[in-house]
Design a protein around this ligand. Structure first.
Ligand code: KG4
Ligand code: ZN
Length: 351
């Protein structure tokens, strides 16, 4: 069922075509350069850019796939959680296409789409755990089947990606800084005692990353020489001090350990086949490597999408959308957008 996926929940405009679970073509416009000047996503700019680029992106996508609008059999769109104004642009575009082409529409949960993207590349077995770590969310699920997500825990404050990005900002690295910290940490030596493993002295499965951010701020206050004097747009790794690389490695260690502790805790209560790691921060090379070893030691499977599929994209939306449509789930034109912090309801129409 040739399904168009539309992703506009944050600062990436992504469109993709998926058929029978396989990628046909995809296109994407990232607004990173626009927002990096402001040190974070500016919602009004993001939604305006989505509005501007969607029509030409769709044209490019159809050209790449060698098909026409009339070939589309389903429209899937991210309905949340995300930036409200950005979501509304995608939803309006999707509704117009669905109405004009007389094809079914389905609104997709962005977080579930991130996690189920793993299915496109590997045979995922259920039940499994799902750890979604992105710039806006850190959600931990028990996934009983592709349709049954039980939320076990979530961050109480910053998302994991947000913690990386805020530390990068303190260092004067451009937004989003997670990828720069990854590069620096790879060349650093870990000091396990430098930062605390955040929010582990409890019995729950929630996360909190604001404390470690403060710990880094205090460390940088005492070590001002580690902060770049102005916005460092062209980061050359060979001129960065070993001390800063070590700090990034130690920070990453503490964050990854905190995740491992919560996953170990969940494994005691839930017999699962393995774990899906997804979301933008799942592109982090140390996190991927550490989790792969950690799950192997526990004799569990580990599924993680390739890096391109980890960050926001239209492919995951088209993939989950096609699955939903084929299972008979659709939405009417009244389907609404769900802002950050709210849970996307399962309010499908069932055919
Ligand atoms: O999933 P995503 O593209 O957008 C949201 O839905 O939030 O995630 C973006 C986040 C940003 O915080 C970015 O810094 C982080 O993913 N990120 C990384 C890496 N690549 C992207 N964080 C750590 N290491 C990376 N390699
Ligand atoms: Zn995302």
């Amino acid at each position: 069922m040739l399904t168009l996926g539309i992703e506009t929940s944050c600062d990436e405009t992504g469109l993709a075509l998926v058929n029978k679970g396989e990628l046909v073509a995809h296109v994407m416009v990232s607004q990173v350069d626009l927002h990096s000047l402001f040190g974070g996503v500016v919602p009004e700019i993001a939604s305006r850019v989505h509005l501007e680029v969607l029509p030409s992106l769709l044209e490019t996508l159809l050209q790449r796939a060698g098909c026409t609008l009339q070939d589309l059999e389903g429209i899937a769109v991210t309905r949340g959680p995300g930036l409200l104004a950005s979501l509304l642009i995608g939803l309006g575009f999707a509704k117009g296409l669905s109405l004009g082409l007389h094809v079914p529409l389905v609104g997709v949960d962005h977080l579930q789409a991130h996690l189920l993207a793993a299915e496109m590349q590997q045979e995922v077995e259920y039940p499994c755990l799902g750890l979604l770590v992105s710039g806006g969310h850190t959600h931990f699920y028990l996934i009983k089947s592709w349709q049954e997500f039980i939320l076990l825990g979530r961050t109480l404050d910053d998302a994991l990606g947000e913690a990386f990005d805020k530390v990068a900002k303190m260092l004067n690295l451009p937004y989003p800084g997670g990828v720069f910290l990854d590069k620096l940490a790879r060349q650093g030596k870990v000091d396990k005692e430098l930062f605390p493993r955040p929010y582990i002295d409890n019995t729950n499965l929630d996360f909190s990353f604001s404390g470690i951010k403060t710990a880094v701020a205090n460390y940088l206050q005492k070590n001002k020489h580690l902060v770049f004097p102005g916005l460092k747009e062209d980061l050359k790794l060979d001129v960065v001090s070993q001390e800063l690389k070590d700090m990034c490695a130690s920070l990453t260690y503490s964050l990854v350990e905190a995740l491992k502790i919560k996953v170990s805790r969940a494994l005691k209560n839930y017999p699962v086949k393995g774990l899906i790691l997804a979301g933008g921060v799942a592109a982090n090379s140390i996190l991927r490597k550490e989790f792969s070893l950690f799950l192997e030691q526990k004799n569990l499977k580990f599924w993680v999408p390739n890096k391109e599929l980890c960050t926001d994209n239209g492919i995951m939306v088209a993939y989950l959308g096609e699955k939903l449509l084929q299972a008979g789930y659709t939405h009417g034109l009244e389907v609404d957008a769900i802002p950050r912090g709210r849970t996307v309801p399962r309010d499908y129409k069932i055919n």
